[in-house]
Design a protein around this ligand. Structure first.
Ligand SMILES: [Zn+2]
Length: 313
Protein backbone atom coordinates (compact mmCIF):
# COMPACT_ATOMS: atom_id res chain seq x y z
CA UNK A 1 0.00 0.00 0.00
CA UNK A 2 2.96 2.26 -0.53
CA UNK A 3 1.71 5.29 -2.52
CA UNK A 4 2.74 4.87 -6.14
CA UNK A 5 4.31 8.31 -6.29
CA UNK A 6 6.95 7.34 -3.76
CA UNK A 7 8.08 4.44 -5.88
CA UNK A 8 9.42 6.85 -8.51
CA UNK A 9 13.12 7.33 -8.45
CA UNK A 10 13.59 9.37 -11.63
CA UNK A 11 13.01 13.09 -11.61
CA UNK A 12 9.75 14.22 -13.10
CA UNK A 13 6.85 16.45 -12.12
CA UNK A 14 4.21 14.63 -10.10
CA UNK A 15 0.79 14.46 -11.75
CA UNK A 16 -2.44 15.60 -10.15
CA UNK A 17 -3.25 12.31 -8.46
CA UNK A 18 0.26 11.94 -7.19
CA UNK A 19 0.13 15.43 -5.72
CA UNK A 20 -3.01 14.44 -3.89
CA UNK A 21 -1.12 11.47 -2.50
CA UNK A 22 1.67 13.69 -1.28
CA UNK A 23 -0.81 16.00 0.38
CA UNK A 24 -2.66 13.17 2.01
CA UNK A 25 0.46 11.22 2.79
CA UNK A 26 1.42 12.43 6.19
CA UNK A 27 2.37 15.57 7.99
CA UNK A 28 5.22 13.67 9.60
CA UNK A 29 7.14 13.44 6.36
CA UNK A 30 6.76 17.16 5.91
CA UNK A 31 7.80 17.97 9.43
CA UNK A 32 10.87 15.88 8.94
CA UNK A 33 11.92 18.33 6.27
CA UNK A 34 11.47 21.15 8.71
CA UNK A 35 14.23 19.62 10.75
CA UNK A 36 12.13 18.09 13.46
CA UNK A 37 13.81 14.87 12.50
CA UNK A 38 13.57 11.57 14.15
CA UNK A 39 11.57 12.81 17.11
CA UNK A 40 8.56 12.87 14.81
CA UNK A 41 9.37 9.54 13.24
CA UNK A 42 9.84 8.04 16.67
CA UNK A 43 6.43 9.29 17.74
CA UNK A 44 4.41 8.63 14.68
CA UNK A 45 6.03 5.68 13.00
CA UNK A 46 7.45 3.31 15.50
CA UNK A 47 8.31 0.46 13.23
CA UNK A 48 11.48 0.18 11.24
CA UNK A 49 9.66 -0.35 7.98
CA UNK A 50 7.81 2.93 8.40
CA UNK A 51 11.01 4.79 9.08
CA UNK A 52 12.36 3.41 5.84
CA UNK A 53 9.24 4.40 3.98
CA UNK A 54 9.37 7.97 5.24
CA UNK A 55 13.06 8.28 4.49
CA UNK A 56 12.50 7.09 0.94
CA UNK A 57 9.49 9.31 0.49
CA UNK A 58 11.49 12.24 1.65
CA UNK A 59 14.38 11.59 -0.71
CA UNK A 60 11.95 11.57 -3.61
CA UNK A 61 10.23 14.72 -2.46
CA UNK A 62 13.54 16.53 -2.33
CA UNK A 63 14.48 15.32 -5.81
CA UNK A 64 11.19 16.33 -7.31
CA UNK A 65 10.77 19.61 -5.55
CA UNK A 66 14.12 21.22 -4.74
CA UNK A 67 12.45 24.46 -3.63
CA UNK A 68 9.99 22.64 -1.38
CA UNK A 69 7.07 24.34 -3.11
CA UNK A 70 4.89 21.27 -3.00
CA UNK A 71 5.92 20.65 0.55
CA UNK A 72 4.86 24.14 1.57
CA UNK A 73 1.56 23.77 -0.28
CA UNK A 74 0.94 20.43 1.38
CA UNK A 75 1.77 21.87 4.79
CA UNK A 76 -0.62 24.76 4.17
CA UNK A 77 -3.34 22.35 3.14
CA UNK A 78 -2.82 20.32 6.30
CA UNK A 79 -2.95 23.49 8.38
CA UNK A 80 -6.19 24.52 6.68
CA UNK A 81 -7.68 21.17 7.56
CA UNK A 82 -6.80 21.77 11.18
CA UNK A 83 -8.33 25.24 11.17
CA UNK A 84 -11.24 24.11 13.28
CA UNK A 85 -13.29 27.25 13.81
CA UNK A 86 -15.98 27.22 16.47
CA UNK A 87 -17.98 29.73 14.42
CA UNK A 88 -17.91 27.43 11.41
CA UNK A 89 -19.16 24.52 13.48
CA UNK A 90 -21.97 26.60 14.97
CA UNK A 91 -23.13 27.38 11.44
CA UNK A 92 -23.20 23.68 10.59
CA UNK A 93 -25.32 22.60 13.54
CA UNK A 94 -29.13 22.69 13.55
CA UNK A 95 -30.79 25.89 14.85
CA UNK A 96 -31.84 24.26 18.10
CA UNK A 97 -28.22 23.82 19.22
CA UNK A 98 -26.33 25.93 21.72
CA UNK A 99 -22.82 25.69 23.04
CA UNK A 100 -21.14 26.10 26.38
CA UNK A 101 -17.51 26.87 27.14
CA UNK A 102 -16.54 24.48 29.93
CA UNK A 103 -13.01 25.74 30.54
CA UNK A 104 -9.59 25.55 28.83
CA UNK A 105 -10.54 25.43 25.14
CA UNK A 106 -13.25 22.85 25.67
CA UNK A 107 -16.62 23.60 24.09
CA UNK A 108 -19.63 21.34 24.24
CA UNK A 109 -22.47 21.67 21.71
CA UNK A 110 -25.89 20.40 22.74
CA UNK A 111 -29.59 20.83 21.92
CA UNK A 112 -31.42 23.59 23.79
CA UNK A 113 -34.10 21.12 24.81
CA UNK A 114 -32.82 17.69 25.78
CA UNK A 115 -34.86 14.59 25.14
CA UNK A 116 -34.41 11.31 26.99
CA UNK A 117 -32.11 9.83 24.35
CA UNK A 118 -28.90 11.65 25.20
CA UNK A 119 -25.58 10.66 23.66
CA UNK A 120 -22.18 12.35 23.58
CA UNK A 121 -19.55 12.30 20.83
CA UNK A 122 -16.02 13.46 21.58
CA UNK A 123 -13.08 13.96 19.23
CA UNK A 124 -9.54 15.26 19.40
CA UNK A 125 -8.68 13.97 22.87
CA UNK A 126 -5.25 13.29 21.37
CA UNK A 127 -4.33 16.16 19.08
CA UNK A 128 -2.42 14.08 16.55
CA UNK A 129 -5.53 12.01 15.81
CA UNK A 130 -7.34 14.48 13.53
CA UNK A 131 -9.75 12.23 11.63
CA UNK A 132 -12.34 12.23 14.43
CA UNK A 133 -12.97 15.99 14.57
CA UNK A 134 -12.74 16.23 10.77
CA UNK A 135 -15.09 13.27 10.35
CA UNK A 136 -17.55 15.07 12.60
CA UNK A 137 -17.37 18.13 10.34
CA UNK A 138 -18.03 15.89 7.39
CA UNK A 139 -20.99 14.30 9.14
CA UNK A 140 -22.47 17.74 9.80
CA UNK A 141 -22.06 18.63 6.12
CA UNK A 142 -23.95 15.52 5.13
CA UNK A 143 -27.42 16.18 3.69
CA UNK A 144 -29.46 14.27 6.26
CA UNK A 145 -27.44 15.04 9.40
CA UNK A 146 -29.95 17.62 10.67
CA UNK A 147 -32.75 15.11 10.22
CA UNK A 148 -30.83 12.48 12.24
CA UNK A 149 -29.99 15.02 14.94
CA UNK A 150 -33.67 16.04 15.22
CA UNK A 151 -34.52 12.55 16.43
CA UNK A 152 -32.31 12.37 19.52
CA UNK A 153 -30.23 14.60 21.76
CA UNK A 154 -26.68 14.27 20.51
CA UNK A 155 -24.03 16.46 22.10
CA UNK A 156 -20.53 17.06 20.82
CA UNK A 157 -17.14 18.01 22.13
CA UNK A 158 -15.51 18.25 18.71
CA UNK A 159 -11.97 18.81 19.97
CA UNK A 160 -11.05 18.25 23.59
CA UNK A 161 -7.34 18.96 23.17
CA UNK A 162 -7.32 22.11 21.06
CA UNK A 163 -3.62 22.84 21.60
CA UNK A 164 -2.72 19.31 20.51
CA UNK A 165 -5.02 19.46 17.53
CA UNK A 166 -3.59 22.70 16.21
CA UNK A 167 0.01 21.64 16.88
CA UNK A 168 -0.32 17.98 15.84
CA UNK A 169 0.72 16.67 19.23
CA UNK A 170 -0.78 13.88 21.32
CA UNK A 171 -0.41 15.90 24.50
CA UNK A 172 -1.45 19.38 25.64
CA UNK A 173 0.98 22.33 25.82
CA UNK A 174 2.18 21.07 29.20
CA UNK A 175 3.20 17.83 27.48
CA UNK A 176 0.52 15.95 29.41
CA UNK A 177 -1.67 13.20 27.99
CA UNK A 178 -5.10 14.60 28.82
CA UNK A 179 -6.60 11.11 28.71
CA UNK A 180 -4.94 9.94 31.91
CA UNK A 181 -5.19 10.52 35.65
CA UNK A 182 -8.95 10.96 35.79
CA UNK A 183 -8.94 8.53 38.70
CA UNK A 184 -5.76 9.37 40.59
CA UNK A 185 -2.60 11.41 40.48
CA UNK A 186 -2.72 14.89 38.97
CA UNK A 187 -5.13 15.16 36.07
CA UNK A 188 -4.39 17.54 33.19
CA UNK A 189 -6.20 20.86 33.29
CA UNK A 190 -8.47 19.59 30.52
CA UNK A 191 -9.37 16.47 32.54
CA UNK A 192 -9.95 18.71 35.55
CA UNK A 193 -12.38 20.81 33.50
CA UNK A 194 -14.33 17.66 32.61
CA UNK A 195 -14.31 16.51 36.23
CA UNK A 196 -15.58 19.93 37.34
CA UNK A 197 -18.48 19.52 34.90
CA UNK A 198 -19.05 15.82 35.46
CA UNK A 199 -22.77 15.93 36.29
CA UNK A 200 -23.45 17.86 33.08
CA UNK A 201 -21.23 15.54 31.00
CA UNK A 202 -22.72 12.36 32.52
CA UNK A 203 -26.20 13.66 31.77
CA UNK A 204 -25.37 14.48 28.12
CA UNK A 205 -23.84 11.00 27.71
CA UNK A 206 -26.46 9.11 29.69
CA UNK A 207 -27.51 6.78 26.85
CA UNK A 208 -24.04 6.34 25.41
CA UNK A 209 -20.76 7.91 24.37
CA UNK A 210 -18.55 7.69 21.31
CA UNK A 211 -14.95 8.88 21.47
CA UNK A 212 -12.98 9.08 18.22
CA UNK A 213 -9.33 8.14 18.43
CA UNK A 214 -6.62 7.00 16.01
CA UNK A 215 -3.76 4.57 16.46
CA UNK A 216 -0.34 4.95 14.82
CA UNK A 217 0.82 1.44 15.72
CA UNK A 218 -1.85 -0.54 13.85
CA UNK A 219 -2.66 -1.04 10.17
CA UNK A 220 -6.30 -1.89 10.87
CA UNK A 221 -9.33 -0.83 12.88
CA UNK A 222 -10.36 -1.78 16.42
CA UNK A 223 -12.61 -0.44 19.13
CA UNK A 224 -12.84 -0.30 22.90
CA UNK A 225 -16.24 -0.93 24.42
CA UNK A 226 -17.65 -0.07 27.82
CA UNK A 227 -20.64 -1.92 29.27
CA UNK A 228 -23.16 -3.94 27.30
CA UNK A 229 -24.83 -3.06 24.02
CA UNK A 230 -23.56 -5.69 21.62
CA UNK A 231 -25.82 -4.63 18.75
CA UNK A 232 -24.37 -1.13 18.85
CA UNK A 233 -20.82 -2.42 19.25
CA UNK A 234 -21.24 -4.82 16.30
CA UNK A 235 -22.57 -2.12 14.01
CA UNK A 236 -19.54 0.12 14.56
CA UNK A 237 -17.16 -2.79 14.26
CA UNK A 238 -18.60 -3.66 10.88
CA UNK A 239 -18.12 -0.06 9.66
CA UNK A 240 -14.48 -0.12 10.77
CA UNK A 241 -13.93 -3.58 9.35
CA UNK A 242 -15.26 -2.54 5.95
CA UNK A 243 -12.96 0.47 5.85
CA UNK A 244 -9.72 -0.99 7.19
CA UNK A 245 -10.12 -4.63 8.22
CA UNK A 246 -9.84 -5.61 11.88
CA UNK A 247 -6.66 -5.29 13.91
CA UNK A 248 -5.32 -8.26 15.83
CA UNK A 249 -2.79 -8.71 18.60
CA UNK A 250 -2.59 -6.04 21.25
CA UNK A 251 -3.83 -2.49 21.39
CA UNK A 252 -1.04 0.04 21.91
CA UNK A 253 -1.73 0.00 25.63
CA UNK A 254 -1.16 -3.79 25.61
CA UNK A 255 -4.76 -4.87 26.11
CA UNK A 256 -5.57 -7.84 23.85
CA UNK A 257 -7.82 -7.24 20.83
CA UNK A 258 -10.44 -9.98 20.33
CA UNK A 259 -12.40 -9.89 17.08
CA UNK A 260 -11.71 -6.18 16.82
CA UNK A 261 -12.86 -5.49 20.39
CA UNK A 262 -11.06 -4.44 23.55
CA UNK A 263 -13.62 -4.72 26.32
CA UNK A 264 -14.13 -2.75 29.51
CA UNK A 265 -10.81 -1.02 30.09
CA UNK A 266 -11.74 0.78 33.30
CA UNK A 267 -8.39 1.16 35.02
CA UNK A 268 -6.34 3.43 32.76
CA UNK A 269 -7.55 6.74 34.16
CA UNK A 270 -8.94 7.77 30.77
CA UNK A 271 -11.97 9.92 30.00
CA UNK A 272 -13.66 6.76 28.73
CA UNK A 273 -12.97 4.83 31.94
CA UNK A 274 -14.26 7.84 33.88
CA UNK A 275 -17.57 7.49 32.02
CA UNK A 276 -17.54 3.67 32.13
CA UNK A 277 -16.91 3.59 35.88
CA UNK A 278 -20.01 5.73 36.25
CA UNK A 279 -22.15 3.18 34.44
CA UNK A 280 -22.18 4.85 31.02
CA UNK A 281 -22.08 2.58 27.99
CA UNK A 282 -19.84 3.59 25.15
CA UNK A 283 -17.35 3.05 22.39
CA UNK A 284 -13.87 4.29 21.59
CA UNK A 285 -12.91 3.86 17.95
CA UNK A 286 -9.32 3.62 16.70
CA UNK A 287 -8.70 4.29 13.02
CA UNK A 288 -5.19 3.58 11.69
CA UNK A 289 -3.16 6.80 11.27
CA UNK A 290 -1.06 5.07 8.65
CA UNK A 291 -3.98 5.24 6.19
CA UNK A 292 -4.69 8.33 4.11
CA UNK A 293 -6.39 11.15 5.96
CA UNK A 294 -9.36 11.33 3.56
CA UNK A 295 -10.14 7.66 4.08
CA UNK A 296 -9.93 8.05 7.84
CA UNK A 297 -12.18 11.11 7.80
CA UNK A 298 -14.75 9.22 5.74
CA UNK A 299 -14.58 6.23 8.11
CA UNK A 300 -15.16 8.52 11.09
CA UNK A 301 -18.16 10.08 9.33
CA UNK A 302 -19.60 6.58 8.83
CA UNK A 303 -18.88 5.60 12.44
CA UNK A 304 -20.71 8.69 13.71
CA UNK A 305 -23.64 7.88 11.41
CA UNK A 306 -23.87 4.31 12.65
CA UNK A 307 -23.60 5.33 16.27
CA UNK A 308 -26.40 7.91 16.00
CA UNK A 309 -28.63 5.74 13.84
CA UNK A 310 -28.54 2.99 16.43
CA UNK A 311 -30.39 5.29 18.82
CA UNK A 312 -33.01 6.57 16.38
CA UNK A 313 -33.99 3.43 14.53
ZN1 LIG B 1 -6.06 8.60 21.17
Amino acid sequence: MKPSFFRQTQYREPDKNELKEIHAYNLSAMQLMQGLGYAIIGRGFRREIEQQRITNALKNLIVIDPNNTQYKLALQEEENKRDFKITRLVGMLPDNYQYKHLGCDIYVFFPKTLSRTKVLIVGGIHGDEPAGPLGLMKFLEQRNSKEILSRLSASFIPVMNVYGFTHDTRTNEGNKDINRNYDNGTPSKEAQVIKNNKDFIFDLASKGFLTLHEDDTKDNFYLYTCGKNQKLFDSLRSVGKKSFGLATGEANDKYPINNGFVKDVLDDGSFESFLGNNGIIGITTETPTIEKIDKRIEANRLLINSFLRHFVL
